[in-house]
Ligand binder design. Structure first.
Ligand code: GLY
Length: 567
C-alpha cells in the first residue's frame, strides 16, 4: 500500500512538474498581459530598462528616458549599446506630431569607393569589419544631445549620470552576457593587446561584476560638456590617436563636422493603420511599407500565422523588396532614392504580378524593378512610451557584435564597424549577405545604408504600437512579421515578439527559418514548390509596446536578456 501511495505521489509530482513547465513555456510564448498606465521601457538589458523607468518616474518624458537608456546600454550591453556607433529615432508626441532623427555614422572625409578592395579589385576579407578603417564617424552622442535639446524635459546631466554610476560601480552580468564576452575574448585580446576593457584573466561567469572606470570618465565629460565632451577635447583626441595607431581615417575635423539630421518621418497605411517609420539612409522604412503594400490585399487573417499560404506570400514579397533595396536605396544626401515609385501601391502590385501559387519564383528571375532614370548580429532596439503618450522607437548599432571589437584607448568604449554596411564593391555581399551598388557605394561623408526599422503605428489616430529590432538584414522582415502577428493574427505583444520568424532577402535564394517556425507539413508543401528552406539561428530581438484599453503592454524578446519595465 505504502509503495502504491509512493508511486502515486511520484506520478502526481511528475504531473505537477509537467504542468509547471507547460505553463512556463506558455508564459514565454504568450507572455503576461500586465498593462501599465504611466510609462514603459522595453530594451535589451535589465539594468538599462530600470534606468529608463526611473527617469520616467522622476517626471522625465519618453525622450529623456531614451537618452538615459542609450547611455546605460553603452555600459551594460557593449555588444551593441554604444557611444561609438549610431542609429535612428522615430518619435511621435502625445498630440500626434511625428519626427525622426538620423544619427547614423558617416564615412570619414578621407574615405573612397575602393578602400576595401585590393589592386586586382577584389574585396579584402575582414578589412571593413575588424580594422580601424571599419569605423564610420560615430553619431550617437550628437543624436542624443540633439534629441534632448528639442524634446527633453529633465536636465542632461541627470540623464547621463545613471550610466556613469553603472560604469563606475559595476553591474552584475547575466549568463548570456558572460557567454558573449567569453566568445569575443580572443578577438578582444588580439585587437587590443594594451587596452582590453572587457577582458578577464579567467572566464566570465554569470553574476560577475563588470566595472568600466575609463568609460565612466568619458561619460562624465559627456555629462558635463554635452556634445563637446565627445567630439572635441580629450575624447576626440583619444579617438584620433586610436585611429592613427591602427591606420584608421577618422580625423578631428570628421568629429567636429559630424551632425545628426532631422528627417521627415515616412508614413504609410495598412488596412487603416498608419505606419510611421524611418526614411533613408535606412532602407528599413521604405522596405517595410513596400512589404505591407505587397501583402495588403490578401486574407492573411484567414490563412493564419505561418500557414503555407502566409509563408509563401510573405517570402515572395520579401524577395522582390530586397531586390529593390540592392539597387535603389542609399544615403538621400548623395543618391536620389526613387521613394515615390517604391511606395506607389501600383508599383508594388506590379512587382507581385510574377508571383504564382504553383511554385517558388527563383531569385535569379527577379531583378530590381525598372524605374526610369535608374537603369544602368548586432544592433539593439528600445521602445519607450511615457505617461502622457509620447513615444520613442530607437534602433542603434555598432554593426557587428561589439562592433570592430577595437576599443578607444583611454576612453574605454568600442568603435563601430559600420563601413561594412556600404557596398564595398557592386554585387559583393556584406557580412549580412546583402548586396548593393552605386546607390550605396562609399563616398566621403556619406552615410552607409541601414536596415534598421524603428517604427510606430497609429490606430484610429491614436498611438497603437512602438516596435523595432536588431538583426542586420533580418531587421526588416522581423519588424514586418511582428506587425502582422498583431494586426492579422491577433497575437498580444509578448506573443507577437516571441513567435518564430522566417526570412528571405532575395539573395541568397533561401528561406531562413527559426527552429519551430514551420510545422513539418507546411515545410514539406513549400519544399515541393521549390522553396529552399534552411534552419537559421534566432532572427532579431524585437522589443515593442502595444497600447491596449488596459494600458501599455510590452513585448520583450525572449531570444535575449530583453526586459520590459513599466509602472
Ligand atoms: N548595421 C546594421 C544596419 O544598420 O542595418
Amino acid at each position: 500500500m505504502a509503495r502504491l501511495l509512493q508511486s502515486k505521489f511520484v506520478l502526481c509530482a511528475l504531473f505537477a512538474l509537467l504542468l509547471f513547465f507547460n505553463n512556463a513555456n506558455a508564459q514565454a510564448i504568450n507572455g503576461s498581459d500586465t498593462a501599465y498606465k504611466h510609462g514603459m521601457v522595453v530594451c535589451a538589458y535589465p539594468d538599462a530598462a530600470k534606468v529608463g523607468v526611473e527617469i520616467l518616474k522622476k517626471g522625465g518624458n519618453a525622450v529623456d528616458a531614451a537618452v538615459a537608456v542609450q547611455f546605460a546600454l553603452e555600459v551594460t550591453f557593449p555588444e551593441a549599446g554604444n557611444i561609438g556607433g549610431g542609429g535612428f529615432m522615430v518619435y511621435r508626441s502625445a498630440k500626434g506630431k511625428t519626427n525622426t532623427l538620423d544619427f547614423r555614422e558617416k564615412a570619414p572625409a578621407a574615405a573612397f569607393e575602393k578602400m576595401f578592395q585590393d589592386s586586382a579589385g577584389n574585396v579584402i576579407p575582414g578589412k571593413s569589419l575588424s580594422t580601424h578603417l571599419a569605423s564610420g564617424v560615430p553619431g550617437s552622442v550628437d543624436g542624443m544631445f540633439k534629441a534632448h535639446r528639442k524634446y527633453g524635459k529633465l536636465k542632461w546631466a541627470e540623464l547621463v549620470q545613471p550610466a556613469i554610476d553603472l560604469a563606475r560601480n559595476g553591474f552584475k552580468i547575466t549568463k548570456r552576457m558572460a557567454g558573449d564576452l567569453n566568445s569575443a575574448a580572443n578577438e578582444f585580446r588580439k585587437l587590443n593587446p594594451d587596452k582590453n576593457y572587457l577582458g578577464k584573466t579567467d572566464k566570465w561567469q554569470e553574476g560577475d561584476l563588470l566595472v568600466q572606470e575609463d568609460l565612466a570618465k568619458t561619460l562624465e565629460l559627456i555629462r558635463d560638456k554635452g556634445r563637446a565632451g565627445f567630439y572635441d577635447g580629450k575624447v576626440a583626441d583619444e579617438i584620433v590617436a586610436e585611429m592613427q595607431s591602427g591606420g584608421g581615417m577618422i580625423s578631428k575635423e570628421d568629429l567636429a563636422n559630424y551632425h545628426s539630421a532631422w528627417r521627415k518621418a515616412l508614413t504609410g497605411n495598412y488596412k487603416g493603420y498608419k505606419v510611421i517609420t524611418m526614411p533613408p539612409p535606412s532602407s528599413g522604412g521604405i522596405a517595410l511599407l513596400q512589404l505591407l503594400q505587397s501583402v495588403e490585399k490578401y486574407p492573411l487573417h484567414r490563412w493564419g500565422y505561418n500557414s503555407d499560404s502566409t509563408v509563401q506570400l510573405v517570402v515572395e514579397a520579401e524577395r522582390r523588396v530586397y531586390a529593390d533595396r540592392s539597387k535603389y536605396l542609399g544615403d538621400p544626401d548623395f543618391f536620389k532614392v526613387p521613394k515615390d515609385t517604391l511606395l506607389n501601391p501600383q508599383y508594388n502590385a506590379s512587382r507581385m504580378s510574377s508571383f504564382t501559387w504553383a511554385q517558388a519564383t527563383p531569385s535569379a528571375s527577379i531583378s530590381p524593378g525598372k524605374i526610369a532614370g535608374y537603369e544602368s548580429d548586432q544592433t539593439t532596439h528600445y521602445s519607450i512610451v511615457d505617461g502622457d503618450g509620447n513615444a520613442v522607437s530607437i534602433t542603434t548599432t555598432l554593426n557587428g557584435g561589439f562592433g570592430s571589437k577595437i576599443f578607444v584607448k583611454g576612453a574605454g568604449f568600442l568603435l563601430n564597424n559600420e563601413m561594412d554596411d556600404f557596398s564595398s564593391k557592386p554585387g559583393s555581399p556584406n557580412m549580412f549577405g546583402l548586396v548593393g551598388g552605386k546607390a550605396n557605394s562609399i563616398q566621403p561623408n556619406k552615410r552607409m545604408l541601414s536596415s534598421m526599422t524603428p517604427t510606430i503605428i497609429e490606430k484610429n489616430g491614436k498611438l497603437y504600437m512602438v516596435v523595432g529590432t536588431p538583426g542586420g538584414a533580418t531587421i526588416i522582415t522581423s519588424v514586418f512579421q511582428t506587425i502582422l502577428n498583431v494586426l492579422e493574427f491577433d497575437q498580444n505583444m509578448q506573443h507577437a515578439v516571441a513567435s518564430k520568424r522566417f526570412h528571405h532577402q532575395w539573395l541568397p535564394d533561401k528561406v531562413f527559418v527559426e527552429r519551430g517556425a514551420l510545422d513539418d507539413a507546411t515545410r514539406a508543401k513549400l519544399e515541393q514548390k521549390g522553396y529552399k528552406i534552411v534552419d537559421g539561428g534566432p532572427s532579431g530581438r524585437v522589443d515593442a509596446i502595444l497600447v491596449t484599453p488596459a494600458g501599455y503592454e510590452g513585448g520583450a524578446d525572449p531570444r535575449g536578456d530583453d526586459t520590459k519595465e513599466g509602472f
